[in-house]
Design a protein around this ligand. Structure first.
Ligand code: C2E
Ligand code: CA
Ligand code: CA
Length: 974
């Protein structure tokens, strides 16, 4: 307080804005080295400073001149200037601009010189070697903050000084000897100690001497006062208080003299004569607060409150009330901490505990408090213990609302931190190629630290791609004003190469006068690895890791091209494992998979380098051989493969052995890989037909047969498209009543010459070439049309139609929907249609079950064709809810002579009837057969005895003429 009085500080408005936002600051760089000047300037700009607001000078003289003419927010000062040395420069600079924060920029790490400079009044220091935008920004912000704190402190002192002066009670400050060193206005105006000449007890007068002089003469108690003051000055007393009456002509007034040590070095005390007449009158012990002190603080400080030693709120200024949305007088007497955000409360309590413990203590703290709109506001507070200040007697809290500043700070910090942490390597160069920004990820990706990278060119660091085309492309694209994006391989610090995806963009910011290029690089290593993995998966069989058909064909084509050019021969072998399905069923899929892996390993082991092996189906492998003399060599290798496959092996407790059927095809000029593969497949197929476990060569005869079949298949397709294939209907009769009860639809092909060929001539070919599906659909559609007519004409006793369906249709999940559509469109009762499938089509129970179940749901009936030629278990018949069993015509034909077949027929009939099925006998050619079948209890017959298949028109006519009884012709089942 005494400082404040005799220094009479004139504090100007602070030169810094309350927000430390570098872009808004003016900065003076005092630095004699031009290169260092440039480094500091560029770093400042990178930290966000406005280039236009940064000025540089090289001497202290210029610096002082500049500061006087144009104050700045912060000075960056080099300690070794040509016209001032070290500390001197700090002192002189502070004299020129006492309120400007000073940051020392040193050549080397903090030494005694830096410490001395800090003691002399510098606020912060930074080492040139450590300069980076983040650090410099932080240091400048800290310096400004620190200076702002001390300015605020001085302002407080200054306003306190003003307050001091405006206090109506006389106050004097004495030094250790009792000499008055400062007085306030009231002291100057009032004669203290009655009768004394006030001019005689002003500054310079020894107050003790005055007391000693007055003692015993005109002032009662002057000696006691002198004694008390001496006690305080010597430290024997903590403080001294004496109330004394002061009679005036009108009334008796009471004063209270308070003597407190001033806390000055070398001793001293503050004397206050308080007029306590009112208190005395009210017999109150406490001091009345001088309301003018608060009046002053209330208007100068955005936040001002007084808190009692028990933390109770005593006073809240109007400004503070409006900030916190309080009405005047609200919260008085309540716990001050209740206003504070709960997590900040602990901190606030700590500060309060420390401050309230020792009078005079001051601390700064930032806490959050709820404002009138329910938002947390950040408040920068200074908490001062003025408990033993008689004018206050409380803990004073002053401060300001820094919410916006803080939010800004947080955002800025996070922004730069995010940029540093982004999973993208970011480098920024200026137009001379010098790196000015280098984030964490860039350090990691290129193995070059920020301190190594910054300030050096990418070329120096060896970071530039060696691909001249890429470099040119980047330059061209940037010149067009567009960003460049693409993949490139970049060198790292250790010389290794890293695949990158890079985005390059120009940055031209006239506002901060920065022109350069930013490189954002994504590490492609992982992506490339995934791509390779996916590519491997796309071209390999996951079980054996062998190439798949696609890759085999691709590689073989490449090898064939080479071979053909060199006039050499190659061969493809197609290896089909014999009865693998049975093995799989027996040992389970897991063991089956192991067996396939074992075979794959064996195939690999018999091959020479350059040979190709692949797995192209469940139990199908192919091998391509190169450099052969002729077919003999190829067959010899195929036989070696076969021997390798045949070797027995064990899986768990199973002792297993496999064999294979192998087709071999030699390369031929102009035949590509998939052609050779087909030839080898054809040879394998031929071998299967001639007994398995052998090697078969695709030879000229086979080739001719193949060619013929292909031509025939083409011709079949042509005639289907040309509408030459139609359903014919063969009538079926009840063996007991002789009534016509239904038809079987059979495909017939009418040649261009009008010749009709039977199904037997083309069905096998159709199955092989895949045309069968279209034929089936054609016949099915025509059968449905015929049923629609039959049902319309003979609604009460409509004959049925059975349609043959191949195994591929049964495996097609879309087939039932097609049947349903045809039946619904034609509009006849679904049970009139029957689907005939051969036993072997039910082999794949899973696929068949779903389709047949759906067909049954439509209401369509189901027949097992050629029953007895294949293998059908009882359970299978039940499972598929079969309606008819058709006894193969071979059994019917064989009934006559040996008699064996009659037994089979009899057994089938018994089985069928036991299961509640109807039986149909095919190929009934004569009366004897009919009679026999009738005796055996067969329900229905069809065959040349009655009629071959006839055209639909003829069939319809047949029904019209014959009529139908409509009575069931089979024996009722008990
Ligand atoms: P399948 O289903 O056993 O058809 C009966 C075959 O026996 C027919 O020969 C028929 O003309 C013939 N046949 C009828 N009665 C007699 C007779 O008294 N004695 C003799 N020896 N044969 C008789 P087709 O029409 O040549 O049919 C042969 C096979 O072709 C059929 O055998 C059937 O499995 C299949 N097929 C016929 N049409 C189709 C069709 O549209 N789709 C499918 N998937 N297969 C069909
Ligand atoms: Ca049939
Ligand atoms: Ca049949």
């Amino acid at each position: 307080m005494s400082d404040a009085v005799h220094q009479r500080l004139d504090v100007e408005a602070p030169v810094v804005a309350p927000t430390v936002e570098l872009g808004a600051l003016s900065v003076l760089v005092v630095e004699d080295s031009i290169s260092d000047q440039r480094l500091i300037l560029e770093t400042l700009v990178d930290a966000g400073a406005d280039r236009a607001r940064v000025s540089c000078v090289a001497t202290l003289r210029d610096a002082r001149q500049s500061l006087i003419e144009r104050p700045v927010s912060c000075v960056l000062l080099d300690l070794s200037l040509p016209d001032a040395s070290g500390l001197e420069s700090v002192t002189l600079l502070s004299a020129a601009a006492p309120d400007t924060p000073v940051v020392i920029v040193t050549g080397q790490a903090a030494g005694p010189m830096v410490h001395a400079a800090m003691a002399e009044g510098a606020d912060e220091y930074v080492c040139k070697a450590d300069l980076d935008p983040q650090l410099l920004g932080d240091v400048v912000a800290r310096a400004i903050q620190r200076r702002r704190g001390s300015i605020r402190h001085r302002q407080m002192l200054a306003s306190a000084a003003a307050v001091f002066d405006s206090i109506s009670s006389p106050i004097a400050v004495i030094d250790g000897s009792g000499r008055i060193v400062a007085v306030n206005g009231a002291w100057e105006r009032t004669g203290v100690l009655s009768g004394a000449d006030p001019t005689r007890i002003g500054i310079g007068v020894n107050y003790l001497a005055v007391c000693d002089h007055a003692a015993g003469r005109f002032a009662e108690g002057a000696d006691a006062i002198a004694q008390g003051i001496r006690g305080v000055l010597s430290g024997d007393l903590d403080s001294f208080t004496m109330d004394y009456p002061c009679p005036t002509p009108d009334e008796e007034r009471w004063f209270s003299l308070r003597v407190n040590p001033s806390g000055e070095m070398g001793g001293g005390a503050v004397l206050i004569h308080l007029d306590v007449s009112d208190l005395k009158a009210a017999e109150r012990g406490a001091l009345a607060r001088d309301s003018r002190i608060f009046g002053a603080l209330d208007t100068t400080s955005p936040i001002f409150a007084l808190i009692g030693p028990d933390a109770a709120v005593l006073h809240v200024s109007e400004l503070t009330c409006s900030l916190l949305g309080l009405t005047a007088g609200e919260r008085i007497g309540e716990d001050a901490f209740s206003l504070i955000e709960p997590t900040d409360r602990v901190l606030a309590m700590d500060v309060f505990a420390r401050v309230s413990a020792v009078p005079g203590t001051e601390e700064q703290v930032t806490i959050r408090a709820l404002d009138g709109e329910g938002r947390w506001r950040a408040l920068d507070l200074s908490v001062v213990n003025l408990l033993d200040d008689p004018r206050v007697g409380a803990i004073a809290v002053t401060g300001s609302d820094v919410t916006d500043t803080r939010l800004h700070q947080i955002a800025r910090r996070l922004e730069s931190r995010l940029l540093a942490r982004l999973p993208v390597a970011i480098g920024l160069t200026d137009d001379s190629g010098i790196l000015v920004y280098w984030n964490d990820r860039a350090e990691a990706l290129f193995g070059i630290s920020g301190s190594e990278a910054l300030g050096r060119s990418t070329a120096d660091l060896g970071l530039e791609t060696t691909d001249q085309n890429v470099t040119e492309d980047i330059q061209r694209t940037l010149a067009e004003g567009k960003p460049w994006e693409g993949d490139l391989d970049a060198p790292r610090a250790d010389g290794s190469i890293v695949p990158l995806h890079v985005v390059v963009e120009r940055i031209d910011d006239d506002e901060i006068d920065f022109h350069g290029t930013v490189y954002a690089s994504f590490d492609n290593t992982e992506r490339d690895r995934l791509e390779r993995e996916l590519e491997f998966q796309a071209f390999h069989d996951p079980l054996t890791a062998l190439p798949n058909r696609r890759l085999f064909v691709e590689r073989l084509d490449a090898a064939l091209a080479e071979h053909e050019a060199g006039g050499r021969l190659a061969a493809v072998t197609f290896i089909d494992l014999d009865d693998f399905k049975a093995l799989n069923d027996r040992v389970g899929h897991t063991a089956g998979d192991l067996a396939l892996q074992i075979i794959a390993d064996r195939l690999r082991s018999v091959l020479r380098p350059g040979d190709l092996v692949a797995r192209i189906g469940g139990d199908e492998f192919v091998v391509g051989f190169a450099d052969l003399q002729g077919p003999e060599g190829a067959v010899a290798i195929a036989e070696r493969v076969l021997r390798a496959v045949r070797a027995p092996f064990r899986i768990g407790h199973h002792s297993l052995h496999l064999s294979a059927t192998i087709g071999v095809a030699m390369s031929q000029p102009g035949v590509p890989a998939d052609g050779l593969l087909r030839n080898a497949d054809a040879a394998m197929y031929e071998a299967k037909g001639n007994g398995k476990d052998t090697v078969w060569l695709f030879d000229d005869a086979l080739q001719q047969r193949n060619r013929d079949r292909r031509e025939q298949a083409d011709d079949l397709l042509r005639s289907l498209v040309a509408g030459e294939i139609h359903a014919h209907l063969q009538p079926q009769f009840c063996l007991h009543t002789g009534d016509l009860v239904g038809f079987e639809a059979l495909a017939r092909r009418e040649g261009e010459d009008g010749q009709i060929s039977e199904s037997a001539d083309f069905i096998e070919l159709a199955e092989e070439s895949g045309v069968i599906d279209q034929i089936d659909q054609q016949v099915l559609a025509e059968a449905c049309d015929a049923l629609a007519v039959l049902h319309a004409e003979h609604a009460d006793a409509t004959p049925t139609i059975a349609v043959n369906v191949s195994a591929t249709q049964i495996g097609d999940p879309g087939f039932p929907a097609m049947v349903r559509q045809l039946v619904e469109d034609a509009g006849f009762p679904p049970h009139l249609l029957c689907i005939e499938v051969v036993e072997s089509a039910l082999a794949d129970e899973h696929a068949a079950a779903a389709t047949l179940e759906e067909i049954k749901q439509i209401g369509v009936e189901l027949a097992i064709d050629d029953f007895g030629t294949g293998y059908s278990s009882l359970s299978r018949l039940q499972r598929f809810a079969v309606d008819y069993l058709k006894i193969d015509r071979g059994f019917v034909a064989g009934m006559g002579d040996a008699g064996d077949d009659a037994a089979v027929v009899s057994a089938v009939i018994g089985l069928g009837h036991a299961l509640g099925l109807r039986t149909v006998a095919e190929g009934v050619e004569d009366e004897a057969q009919r009679e026999r079948l009738c005796q055996l209890g067969v329900d229905i017959g069809q065959g040349f005895l009655w009629s071959p298949a006839v055209s639909v028109a003829d069939a319809l006519e047949l029904v019209r003429n014959a009529g139908s009884t409509g009575t069931p012709c089979w024996a009722p089942v008990d």
